[in-house]
Write a protein that binds this ligand. Structure first.
Ligand code: PBG
Length: 324
């Protein structure tokens, strides 16, 4: 049988498959999320995120050394704030000696060239567990933006390289950029969570930080997962307002959005493979129903194929170990 186009020729051997492979993963693709807590000698596993931990600052040091030695060069910081320090305005977020600010300095001491990105949102600091200031049961926009800008400045002053606002208020990128410029933090970057959906995949993360909303949900600020075009609208505005990197979140259910955003903007696109995605694979693998490493790689490559330039993932260390 004469078949001129035999597509299987390019799949015959590993060598040819490697030659024609369009997407690969390297340590440079990853942002490593890190959870930090007060205290000493604490490395506690997060119940709904097997093999993922919260670290106190002393133990964070060795974790950072390990991450850096593996070739991972960027971390995304989150802090778990004691209840006693939470209030409606997230006052503790601006404390120059707060946990986040100390975590930044600690990391810079251990690994001066590590890129530090910090989460900017009020939820870990909010007595309501919301991403902004609550007034009459509603998260108010403009007053929240002012606090987010102050929070970003505080992180920059502590040494953060990038701030990563994850709150979805309108106009926060501009508010942050203006204040950073005014205060002469011209090279402090902004990675905007620009298309962040109101998702039930954040559940384990909220366990990790004890930051679940005390009332209601986040649907008045995070996006409706039924919508596609809105993601491009949100992202274009963030780029105009000064975002250096934009992000789509969650990941796996939103690959169409990653592709749309990639085609719409000329800045790098990040994707966040969130806590619920991590938990699902861990649970299925524990039961022996899925091959952990194989499924992990398939999912992560899918992000690259969809157009992601970088991936925030709780699997970052696992992947780098596997690549070696
Ligand atoms: C806080 C924030 C959340 C996540 C990142 N930053 C939770 C939320 O918006 O409720 C979720 C990350 C994850 O699930 O892995 N604004």
């Amino acid at each position: 049988m004469l078949q001129i186009r035999r597509n299987r020729r390019l799949r015959t051997h590993n060598a040819i498959r490697s030659l024609v492979r369009e997407n690969v993963l390297t340590p440079n693709d990853f942002l490593v999320p890190l959870f930090v807590v007060e205290g000493h000698q604490i490395k506690e596993e997060i119940a709904s995120m097997p093999s993922y931990y919260r670290f106190s600052l002393d133990l964070l040091r060795s974790e950072i050394r390990e991450i850096w030695a593996m070739g991972l060069k960027a971390v995304l910081l989150f802090v778990k704030v004691p209840d006693a320090l939470k209030d409606n305005k997230g006052t503790e977020a601006l404390n120059a000696d707060g946990l986040m600010q100390r975590a930044i300095k600690t990391i810079k001491e251990v690994a001066p060239d590590m890129l530090i990105m910090t989460d900017v949102a009020l939820d870990p600091y909010s007595s309501y567990g919301h991403d902004g200031v609550v007034e009459n049961g509603y998260v108010i926009n403009d007053a929240t933006c002012e606090i987010l800008a102050q929070m970003s400045l505080s992180h920059a002053q502590a040494g953060a390289d990038f701030v990563a606002p994850s709150d979805m208020m309108d106009g926060r990128i501009l508010a942050i950029r203006e204040l950073l410029e005014k205060e002469n933090f011209k090279n402090t970057g902004i990675m905007s969570y620009s298309a962040k959906y109101a998702s039930s995949f954040y559940g384990p993360f909220r366990d990790a930080l004890d930051s679940a909303p005390g009332f209601g949900d986040k649907k008045t600020y995070q996006m409706d997962f039924s919508n596609r075009r809105e993601a491009v609208k949100e992202t274009l505005i963030d780029v105009e307002e000064g975002a250096d990197i934009v992000m789509v979140k969650p990941g796996l259910c939103y690959l169409d959005i990653v592709r749309d955003v990639k085609e719409a903007v000329d800045v790098p696109v990040a994707v966040y493979q969130v806590s619920g995605e991590y938990a699902m694979l861990k649970a299925a693998a524990e039961k022996g129903w899925l091959d952990h490493d194989a499924v992990m790689m398939e999912q992560l490559i899918a992000f690259k194929r969809a157009g992601a330039d970088m991936i925030a993932s709780y699997f970052a260390k696992d992947v780098v170990r596997l690549l070696k």
